[in-house]
Design a binder for this molecule. Structure first.
Ligand SMILES: [Fe+2]
Ligand SMILES: [Fe+2]
Length: 358
């Protein structure tokens, strides 16, 4: 449900969720206390700790061309060299715009967690995540201004974050944000840190990554305990929410024809227009390439967010039940359970962890 936006807001949502006071002030989850301690210790300041004097050239691609999935498509060969370069620069700006908007969503979901989690240590931890997300909005906004273009949020991302913000239980917020959206973000940030040719962006992304691995760890530590203690009906409601979020994310990655997200993404269509590529031709090119067996292969060392982060995280906390396994099977969504890459990233809360080559 949406409401009339107040002055200065672009969009407003109505949400109903219980907000909890807690008067015992007791820490009894050691793992959560550790996470809170780490979060306080590892706070950084975007103004002081990032070297904003590193120059960037907005006319040059900021991502290594061999790592851009579109380069595998035959239609890219039809573009002139300058056109390809411009296309890559705008695709990267579109992706960074999604990072920025997603961070604003994370800022709001972590604030909602601070309201709603029933435990004292959970509230303190969520407050640190709220500050982390504020810093992430700050750095991506500041960086993206240097590229001189902010693309609108992709509709699927907005729908997923709205679904999360409007859910009726904090566990669903933690699943939608800390596992699904942040699972995607953690993979994307990790891949961006490897792929970018811009020193400033690498510095920003490394710093953000330190925080994000903690956010994903929170989902595991806290949500798992709560789901295990839930009544079976409530657990099923959580499992249904997790499935709905994953299905929305899966559909957003292309659906069976592979044209979904781009065709319905005004920002991406704007990228194509900017570079002078006819959208219809581009979409048809993608479909033809996929039908012809051309698959965008992940370069070595890249993380596959679905396989390596999101699904193992959901299975690990008990958000996938016997009943919901049938839903995944019917939707053709595989359930990956190997949490080794996820655990490696969580361990590496310092952000310097190396992931084994895929
Ligand atoms: Fe973030
Ligand atoms: Fe985060």
């Amino acid at each position: 449900m949406s409401a009339e936006a107040p002055a200065h807001a672009d969009y407003a949502l109505e949400a109903t969720m219980q907000i909890s006071w807690q008067f015992d002030y007791e820490f009894d989850l050691a793992k959560l206390r550790n996470l809170y301690s780490k979060a306080k210790r590892d706070q950084w300041d975007a103004e002081r700790d990032i070297d904003w004097s590193i120059p960037i050239d907005p006319s040059k691609p900021i991502v290594d061309e061999t790592r851009l999935v579109y380069d595998a498509l035959p239609l890219m060969k039809k573009l002139s060299a300058p056109q390809r370069e411009e296309f890559r620069a705008h695709v990267a700006a579109h992706m960074l715009s999604q990072f920025l908007h997603g961070e604003q969503g994370a800022l709001m979901t972590s604030a909602a967690l601070t309201h709603a989690v029933p435990d004292y240590e959970g509230k303190l931890y969520a407050a640190t995540q709220t500050m982390d997300e504020a810093r992430h909005v700050e750095v991506y906004e500041r960086y993206i201004r240097k590229l001189a273009i902010v693309y609108p949020i992709s509709p699927w991302l907005k729908d997923l974050i709205d679904l999360t913000l409007q859910s009726d239980h904090w566990v669903k917020i933690a699943i939608g944000m800390n596992m699904v959206v942040e699972g995607l973000a953690l993979g994307a940030f990790h891949n961006m840190r490897r792929a970018t040719t811009c020193d400033l962006l690498r510095q920003i992304t490394s710093s953000v990554l330190q925080d994000e691995s903690r956010h994903v760890a929170f989902g595991n530590v806290y949500v798992g305990e709560t789901i295990r203690a839930m009544h079976a009906d409530d657990r099923e409601s959580v499992a249904q929410f997790a499935f709905d979020a994953i299905k929305a994310m899966s559909d957003s990655q292309g659906g069976p024809r592979g044209d979904g997200p781009r065709k319905h993404d005004p920002g991406f269509l704007q990228v194509l227009q900017q570079v002078g590529i006819e959208p219809k031709e581009f979409i048809e090119g993608i479909i033809a390439a996929q039908a012809g067996g051309v698959r965008a292969k992940l370069p070595p060392g890249q993380i596959h967010s679905f396989r390596d982060l999101m699904m193992p995280a959901l299975v690990r906390v008990g958000a996938v039940t016997e009943r919901s396994r049938e839903l995944y099977a019917a939707a053709g969504i595989p359930i990956w359970e190997d949490a080794s890459q996820l655990e490696a990233l969580e361990e590496g809360s310092t952000g310097d962890v190396e992931i084994p080559e895929a």
